[in-house]
Design a protein around this ligand. Structure first.
Ligand code: ZN
Length: 88
């Protein structure tokens, strides 16, 4: 092999949020952290439900609840304005 043109190809540890981990080799520096792997992905497990170990679904729900509240707030304001306009 020609020197100084090849990236380092060391052994790395791959860790999934489901707890599965295995070793492989990669030019990636340091360990690799995954949200999903072949051990927990629905395609491989055959189960529909996704394991939410990293709290991603929870975070999404929180974000959505916030925007939903804003929408209902805006809708309430709009109906209040309409009601006020109808009175005149
Ligand atoms: Zn996994």
């Amino acid at each position: 092999m020609k020197e100084k043109i090849h990236p380092v190809y060391n052994e790395v540890r791959v860790m999934c949020a489901c707890g599965n981990n295995f070793a492989t080799r990669s030019t990636h520096k340091g360990d690799i952290h995954l949200e999903i792997c072949s051990n927990c992905h629905p395609f491989f497990t055959g189960k529909q439900k996704l394991l939410d170990t990293a709290g991603r679904v929870e975070r999404f729900r929180r974000k959505y609840a916030k925007s939903d509240a804003m929408k209902t707030d805006a809708a309430a304001k709009a109906t209040a304005k309409e009601a006020a306009g109808a009175k005149k």
